[in-house]
Structure formats: structure tokens, C-alpha cells
Design a binder for this molecule. Structure first.
Ligand SMILES: NC(=O)c1ccc[n+]([C@@H]2O[C@H](COP(=O)([O-])OP(=O)(O)OC[C@H]3O[C@@H](n4cnc5c(N)ncnc54)[C@H](OP(=O)(O)O)[C@@H]3O)[C@@H](O)[C@H]2O)c1
Length: 241
């Protein structure tokens, strides 16, 4: 390992949940690689994280493109030579009813929400094993466990992401690389803003709460594997987004 400090790679690190996790990890002293498509937000996130005195690299990349996914892994490896925490937060959601579901929307959600995480885990696995103990955290969704009308493709992609984390644990946790799928209901970010009419932002989970869970995972010994964690909103209906 080349770096003395722990290093994390955060996809979707420019906004929302990924940015909250990145800043919290920076506060904990992790050097960072942040990735997303939009360079302006990426730069702002990097600036915010760097205030904690850590090194922050940014890589503009589209998780729907395989070459970009591999470029992100290579850039992180070249910068730090170690990977203590891989955070998979880049994701997209698109609501539409079954009966006339546009297949290109299905393809996009599966490309970003499950194909990219699979490819990135694959590309990073050697470095994770060399760095171990190390953790992977994927931001999945409660819709992968408790489906919701209109979110069939999204929920299916997230169910696959949660299953991927379970599979990673069977292959790599004995080597000190453990994976956790965090499965939240609605979190107050840009992604959930379309639903403010039904669920006001004040009733949504805060990004900071998800970030605290990620920090908690960094404090566990490698003997403790947490395959998935549901995080639901308060109220009488427990299993709904
Ligand atoms: N918000 C919720 O209610 C909620 C609930 C459960 C789970 N989740 C999951 O949590 C994760 C983070 O969501 P969020 O709420 O933080 O969303 P967000 O605020 O919209 O942020 C999404 C992040 O992912 C990046 N991203 C999106 N598409 C990308 C692509 N094709 N390639 C690379 N980066 C991409 C975005 O940057 P660019 O657009 O610049 O690329 C941004 O950094 C997602 O996986 C989402 O499915 C969200």
C-alpha cells in the first residue's frame, strides 16, 4: 500500500447521499476519489471534502459506460495504491407503470444501478484484498425488498444490487473484504424531489443519517459482516419507500 491514510472511492460523490458519505469519510480522515458525470458539482463536493485536510481526486465518468467504470478504478489505484472503502452511490431512478414501460429506461437503470457496481467491484477486488480489512457499501433501496407501483425496474435493479453484496461476502469476506447494501426509503435529495407532493422532504430520511451508518461500518472489526441494512421512514407503514 502506498498511502499512509485510509482511502475511499465514492461513485455518485458529487451530490445527495454520495456527497454526504464522502464528506463524512473526509471528516474521519479518508483520502478520497469522487466520481460523477457533472464536473461543476464534482468540483464543489471535492472542495467541501478537502476542507477536512484530506486529499481529494475527482474523475468525471459515466457509470453507464464500461470504459469509464474501469477508468475510475484505475485512477483511484494510481492515486492512492490502496482502497479501504468502496462506496457505490451513483444511481438513477425512473418511475413508469407496467404495460407501456420504455425499455431504454429499464436498460439505463440496470446499466447504472447494477452493471456498473458489478464491474467496479470486479475491477477493484484485487486492490481491496491487498488493503484488507476493507469494505464495500452499495446504496441500494428498500424498493428492492418491498416493491412499489411504478418502480418495478428500479426495484428489480436494487434487489440485484443487494444480492450482489451478499454474493461478494461469500467470495471475499473471509479475505477481509465485506460488502453491505444500505436499503433506504425516500431520502431527501435531488432524486426524490419529484415525490414531494406525496412525501414532504421533512418526512424523508436525511442523507446524513446514511452517512453515519457508513462511518459505523468503518468502525466494525472484519469479523462482523453486515450484508444489508434497511432504513425506513418513521410512521405506521414500515415496509414502504
Ligand atoms: N434519494 C432517495 O430517495 C433514495 C432512496 C433509496 C436509494 N437511493 C439510492 O441512493 C443513491 C444516491 O441517490 P441520491 O438520492 O443521492 O441521488 P442524487 O442526489 O440524484 O445523486 C446521484 C449521484 O449519482 C451520480 N450519477 C447519476 N447518474 C450517473 C451516471 N450515469 N454516471 C455517473 N454518475 C451518475 C450523480 O451525478 P451526475 O448526475 O453528475 O452524474 C450524483 O452524484 C442512488 O443509487 C439511489 O438509487 C436514493
Amino acid at each position: 500500500m502506498t498511502g499512509a491514510r485510509r482511502a475511499a472511492l465514492v461513485t455518485g460523490g458529487s451530490r445527495g447521499i454520495g456527497r454526504a458519505i464522502a464528506c463524512r469519510l473526509a471528516e474521519e480522515g479518508f483520502d478520497l476519489t469522487l466520481s460523477a458525470r457533472g464536473t461543476d458539482a464534482l468540483g464543489e463536493a471535492a472542495e467541501e471534502c478537502a476542507k477536512h485536510g484530506v486529499r481529494v481526486e475527482t474523475v468525471a465518468a459515466d457509470m453507464a459506460a464500461e470504459d469509464d467504470v474501469r477508468r475510475v478504478a484505475d485512477a483511484h489505484h494510481a492515486a492512492y495504491g490502496r482502497l479501504d472503502m468502496l462506496v457505490l452511490s451513483a444511481g438513477v431512478g425512473s418511475a413508469a407503470s407496467l404495460g407501456a414501460y420504455p425499455s431504454h429506461r429499464f436498460d439505463k437503470q440496470f446499466a447504472v444501478n447494477i452493471r456498473a457496481p458489478f464491474l467496479l467491484i470486479d475491477a477493484c477486488m484485487d486492490l481491496l484484498r491487498q488493503t484488507a480489512p476493507a469494505r464495500i457499501v452499495a446504496i441500494s433501496s428498500i424498493t428492492g425488498q418491498a416493491p412499489e407501483p411504478g418502480l418495478a425496474a428500479y426495484g428489480a435493479s436494487k434487489a440485484a444490487l443487494t444480492a450482489l453484496c451478499e454474493a461478494v461476502n461469500t467470495e471475499a469476506s473471509a479475505d477481509g473484504v465485506a460488502a453491505t447494501a444500505i436499503c433506504p426509503g425516500y431520502v431527501d435529495t435531488d432524486m426524490s424531489a419529484w415525490n414531494h407532493g406525496r412525501v414532504p422532504p421533512t418526512e424523508m430520511i436525511a442523507s446524513g443519517d446514511i452517512a453515519e451508518l457508513v462511518v459505523a461500518l468503518t468502525r466494525l472489526s472484519p469479523r462482523a459482516v453486515v450484508p444489508w441494512v434497511p432504513v425506513v421512514r418513521s410512521g405506521a407503514e414500515l415496509w414502504r419507500a
